[in-house]
Design a protein around this ligand. Structure first.
Ligand code: PLP
Length: 343
């Protein structure tokens, strides 16, 4: 499959680093590595830039001058859409169905800093889909009245075009793993809107990669998600004419580590974040990567991941989430003993 066409290349030619985690590996008895997609080059970095390379190409081909995307108030995807819009001189609005978080911090602050508008519409209890549809229609109308051409990007950049970014990443990771003697490794990613997982799955399978793939769901994997993962895969395969077959059973998604909700404060997740920080000085976030790593630690503890296994953690970014109020207050209480104030 031709994966290098039809993208605006802003990640550069060098792959993101694949690094060993020696202190954590020693502590856990597992060979741990990390793929640094948090270090993609602008807007604070993260997995969404890979998707946006392909989405931006499509947007430009359609003559777009304004991007609209959707998510929660702390969407990392929204922040990186704002970043791309800033770099390519486009307008950008992020539409959120959420309660006002009480302060403009973390991703919300960064959105404004990069010139994007954010519309936070209070959840009125109807389905998210209809609320997003109405709010997006209003922003679209406003832009069109001003003479802009709008390109809409779905939540998380997770459609077939966005997933191409992680198809390509699968090729990149396979090559790096081969060079580092990690052909028998398992790649583990957080799973939200699923574009990262589906892109990786299709890339690994279609390019006959020896790597194993596990996704860890960061929110309850309800019936809608169960159906969506299969339909997303089928849509991707049909769009790009891949000779792949898969049923739900082929997608290894760990659904037992979501801790009951999306982006909820959780002590086990915070402890996992502290462990990564104290041992390797790498910053995980409470919503995605910290939750994924908390799941990995429990899988090691329970023997689901066995001693001596080779594991590649995909660092998908998200560090601004550390500064979200409802996470930050918990961490302040737990970490204040590190701070000494001398008057
Ligand atoms: C930091 C971070 N990690 C992981 C994910 C999950 O990726 P996906 O939505 O493609 O499943 C997201 C999505 O928003 C994210 O922001």
């Amino acid at each position: 499959m031709q994966i290098h066409e039809k993208k605006i290349s802003f990640l550069g030619k060098e792959p993101t680093a694949l690094q060993a985690l020696p202190r954590l590996s020693e502590m856990l008895g597992v060979s741990l590595y990390i793929k640094r997609d948090d270090l993609t080059p602008f807007g604070g970095g993260g997995n969404k830039l890979r998707k946006l390379e392909y989405l931006l190409y499509d947007a430009m081909e359609k003559g777009a001058t304004a991007l609209i995307t959707v998510g929660g108030a702390q969407t990392n995807h929204g922040r990186l859409t704002a970043a791309v819009a800033a770099k390519y001189g486009m307008k950008c609005t992020i539409v959120c169905i959420d309660d006002y978080p009480g302060e403009i911090s973390a991703n919300l602050l960064l959105d404004g800093l990069m010139g994007a508008d954010v519309v936070i519409k209070k959840n009125d209890g109807r389905g998210d889909d209809i609320q997003f549809e109405e709010a997006v229609a209003e922003v679209r109308k406003k832009y069109e009245t001003e003479g802009e051409t709008v390109y809409f990007i779905p939540v998380g950049g997770s459609n077939v075009i966005g997933a191409l970014g992680y198809y390509e990443a699968a090729v990149e990771i396979t090559k790096q793993a081969d060079e580092m003697g990690l052909n028998d490794a398992t790649l583990i990613t957080a799973v939200g809107s699923m574009g990262t997982y589906v892109g990786l799955y299709c890339g690994l399978k279609n390019e006959q990669s020896p790597l194993n793939l596990i996704g860890i769901a960061i929110s309850p994997f309800n019936d809608v998600k169960e159906a969506r993962i299969v339909s997303y895969f089928n849509e991707f395969k049909e769009t790009f004419d891949l000779k792949l077959e898969a049923t739900r059973a082929d997608f290894h998604i760990e659904t037992g580590y979501s801790r009951g909700a999306y982006n909820n404060p959780d002590i086990t997740v915070r402890k996992a974040i502290y462990t990564m920080g104290e041992k390797e000085a790498i910053l995980f976030d409470p919503c995605y990567t910290g939750k994924m790593f908390a799941g990995v630690l429990e899988m090691i503890e329970s023997g689901k991941i066995q001693k001596g296994e080779k594991i590649i953690l995909l660092h998908t970014g998200g560090f601004p989430g550390l500064y979200t109020k409802h996470h930050r207050v918990e961490m302040e209480a737990e970490l204040k003993h590190h701070i000494t104030v001398i008057e």
